[in-house]
Design a protein around this ligand. Structure first.
Ligand code: HEC
Length: 126
C-alpha cells in the first residue's frame, strides 16, 4: 500500500513538472520597421487597419462613429481622436487593448507604429 502511495505521488510529481516546465517562448511579431521619412498613406496604410482589427464591428456609423473606409478620417477629426502634439496620447492610439469593450480589440504587429508615424507626419487625409 505504501509503495502504491509513493508510486502515485511520483507520477503526480512528474506530471506536474512536465506541465509546469513546458515553457513556450513566443517572439512578438513587430512587423516591418517603418521609415519615418517615408510618407504614410492614410487611405492605403492607416484606414484599413480598423477594418482588419474588426473595430468596424461596432464603429460603423450606426450609433458609434465610423472607422469604415471613406468615413474614418472625418470621425477622427469630429471626435477629437488625434493629438498632433503627442501621437502616443491620441485616443485612436491609446484606447484599443484597454479594459472593457476594447479588451479584445487592439493593434498587432506594427499597426500602432504606422498610425503614430502617420500622426507625426501631420495626419493628412492622403
Ligand atoms: C464591441 C464594440 C466595439 C469595438 C469592436 C470597438 N469599439 Fe471602440 N468604442 C466602443 C464604444 C461603445 C465606445 C464609446 C464608449 C467608450 O468610450 O467606451 C467606443 C469608443 C472608442 C473610442 C473613443 C474613446 C473616447 O474616450 O472618446 C475610440 C478611440 C475607439 N473606440 C477606438 C476603437 C478602435 C481603434 C477599435 C478597434 C481596434 C475599437 N474601438 C473597437 C465599442 C467598440
Amino acid at each position: 500500500m505504501k509503495a502504491l502511495h509513493i508510486l502515485l505521488a511520483s507520477v503526480i510529481l512528474i506530471a506536474v513538472c512536465a506541465v509546469g516546465c513546458d515553457y513556450k517562448f513566443i517572439t512578438p511579431d513587430e512587423g516591418d520597421p517603418i521609415d519615418p521619412e517615408e510618407p504614410i498613406s492614410f487611405s492605403e496604410e492607416v484606414e484599413p487597419i480598423w477594418t482588419t482589427q474588426s473595430c468596424t464591428n461596432c464603429h460603423n456609423g450606426s450609433g458609434l462613429f465610423s472607422l469604415k473606409q471613406g468615413e474614418a478620417y472625418q470621425s477622427l477629426i469630429n471626435n477629437n481622436l488625434l493629438d498632433l502634439e503627442n501621437a502616443d496620447n491620441s485616443l485612436i492610439v491609446k484606447v484599443p487593448g484597454t479594459s472593457g469593450l476594447h479588451a479584445d480589440y487592439t493593434y498587432v504587429s506594427n499597426q500602432k507604429l504606422i498610425i503614430t508615424t502617420w500622426i507625426e507626419q501631420g495626419a493628412e487625409d492622403n
